[in-house]
Design a binder for this molecule. Structure first.
Ligand SMILES: Cc1cc2nc3c(=O)[nH]c(=O)nc-3n(C[C@H](O)[C@H](O)[C@H](O)COP(=O)(O)OP(=O)(O)OC[C@H]3O[C@@H](n4cnc5c(N)ncnc54)[C@H](O)[C@@H]3O)c2cc1C
Length: 466
């Protein structure tokens, strides 16, 4: 097997002796070294296809690696599995300024794609804390969201076409640059958000937008959750479509992010119950800034907010957003942590988070509770610190966070996906028929269950029937 893999990718593009192991350790779980038969680094779609053909013929299980930033155990592998890393397929093949599209290989780091678009005065609106490490193939496979979903949508909304390699090595290329295409099933959707269970994404065509020429930001403080909802409506109406970010932080999270050992200075005092980070992207630096300033002043007068500050300089703007983007550092405050990204209707988020905090505070092994999130999308994250770790502890915390998802028609995963970690809770957001259809798709496209096995749903030995 190793010789045949080596013959496909060349000896420079295969590791199987444990060399450079650290590089492949999940960035948040440095205590879990990579286990695999081998890691291969194909440099073209044809090589990915040849590797998959070989693995298919030998019933060899494969796990796909992008930038390894997923938070659901999606890239963990076992000693008998082959890992395919797309990191050497990182070329930006084309930026078409007329059709406003970008064709990139799947191993391209998201930030590199964003920067390349910006050089042509174009805009790829995806943005989140891991953008400097996450790959295009990874973000497509997890349908990543982030800080601007509210205005621009998830990754799915930005993908015009893609190329993927099926578990048997077949290449499916659909790299069209067109927005409208109703010629049958929209096959690319099979691979977007499929977490590598149906195919390996090798190239992607993104839709780009004109780059906004102004970015204005503010951070505001509020007394009650209902005012957070009122502020969202107020700003949406007042900004007429330029509102692009509306991120909520509960007081405990803001305090942890702005008090030692954190190095960020607090733009506002840390005595308020809620903080909202606001971003507006527009076309005129001066008038956009003035418009947001006036709205913040108006919100103060109307007592929707208690306090607020505009970012006056680029430095202040960066400081405000780093407080929000760098929340992952909060996981380092405890020996163990659990993180969540649930979806709920906006109206119930305040009460549901309060219930969860109350219940979590009663658990003796919980040391910290940090809620924050993309509230305009109904997406709340929790980072929960723990003094101890066991299956029972994990389940006790899960059961609190997921308690009312079904009742509220929410989702166990707003954006991170299911992976291995959340599989047991898929039924809190999907009914039995939906899960059987997912199993049927998996069994049809990957009947040998060799590609990212065990992610999202378990395959059944006999093809599931609806
Ligand atoms: C600090 C931090 C902040 C984050 N913030 C957000 C956020 O705001 N919003 C959000 O949505 N997510 C967020 N995430 C998680 C997010 O899902 C990932 O960062 C990103 O989408 C995964 O990309 P990746 O290249 O790291 O993929 P990986 O972690 O390598 O892989 C993710 C999954 O996709 C599969 N995969 C990877 N590449 C391919 C491919 N080419 N073809 C097929 N399958 C593939 C893997 O097997 C795995 O199942 C955050 C993560 C971190 C660490």
């Amino acid at each position: 097997m190793l010789n045949e893999l080596q013959a496909i990718v060349g000896d420079k593009n295969i590791l199987h002796s444990g060399k450079e192991k650290e590089r492949f350790t999940h960035i948040w779980k440095t205590d879990q070294p990579l286990e695999a038969l081998a890691i291969v680094f194909p440099t073209s779609t044809e090589e990915v296809a040849a590797v998959m053909k070989l693995c298919h013929s030998k019933n060899q299980e494969v796990v796909v690696h992008g930038g390894l930033t997923n938070l659901v155990g999606g890239t963990g592998s076992q000693p008998h599995q082959v890992v395919i890393s797309l990191e050497k397929m990182n070329r930006i093949e084309e930026i078409d300024t007329q059709s406003r599209t970008m064709t990139v290989e799947a191993g391209t780091i998201l930030e590199h794609a964003i920067d390349a678009a910006a050089e042509k005065d174009l805009f790829l609106p995806l943005s989140f804390g891991a953008k400097g490490s996450a790959h295009v193939g990874g973000i497509v496979s997890t349908n990543a969201g982030g800080l601007r979903v509210f205005r621009y949508g998830m990754t799915r909304q930005m993908v015009l076409g893609l190329e993927a390699v099926l578990p048997d090595g077949t290449i499916i290329t659909s790299l069209k640059k067109i927005i409208k295409d109703n010629s049958g099933y929209d096959l690319k959707q099979l691979f977007i958000g499929a977490e590598g269970t149906l195919g390996i994404v090798t190239r992607v065509n993104f839709r780009l937008l004109e780059k906004p020429s102004s970015r204005s930001s503010a951070i505001v403080a509020l007394s009650e959750y209902k005012n957070v909802v009122a502020l969202l409506k107020f700003l949406e109406k007042g900004l007429g479509g330029t509102l692009s970010g509306f991120e909520l932080m509960w007081q405990r999270t803001y305090q942890a992010m702005t008090q030692p050992p954190s190095t960020y200075s607090p733009p506002l005092p840390s005595s308020y119950p809620y903080y909202v980070f606001v971003e507006s992207l527009g076309s005129n630096r001066q008038t956009d800034f003035e418009q947001l300033t006036l709205l913040i002043e108006d919100a103060l007068e109307k007592e929707i907010i208690l306090d607020g500050v505009m970012a006056q300089t680029e430095r202040e703007l960066q400081n405000i957003w780093r407080i929000r983007e760098d929340v992952s550092v909060l996981a380092d405050q405890s020996p163990y942590d659990q993180h969540f990204d649930i979806s709920l209707p906006i109206g119930v988020i305040g009460q549901e988070v309060n219930h969860a905090i109350e219940a979590l505070e009663k658990l003796p092994f919980v040391s910290s509770i940090f809620p924050f999130g993309h509230v305009a999308d109904g997406n709340i994250h929790f980072i929960i610190g723990k003094k101890d770790q066991s299956k029972e502890i994990i389940e006790a915390i899960n059961s609190i966070i997921y308690a009312n998802l079904k009742k509220n028609n929410g989702s166990v995963s707003a954006e991170h996906g299911i992976g291995l970690d959340k599989k047991a809770y898929l039924s809190t957001s999907r009914n039995a028929t939906e899960i059987r259809l997912m199993q049927l798709l998996k069994a049809t496209i990957d009947p040998k269950n060799i590609l990212n096995p065990g992610r999202i749903v378990d395959s059944s030995t006999s093809p599931p029937v609806l």
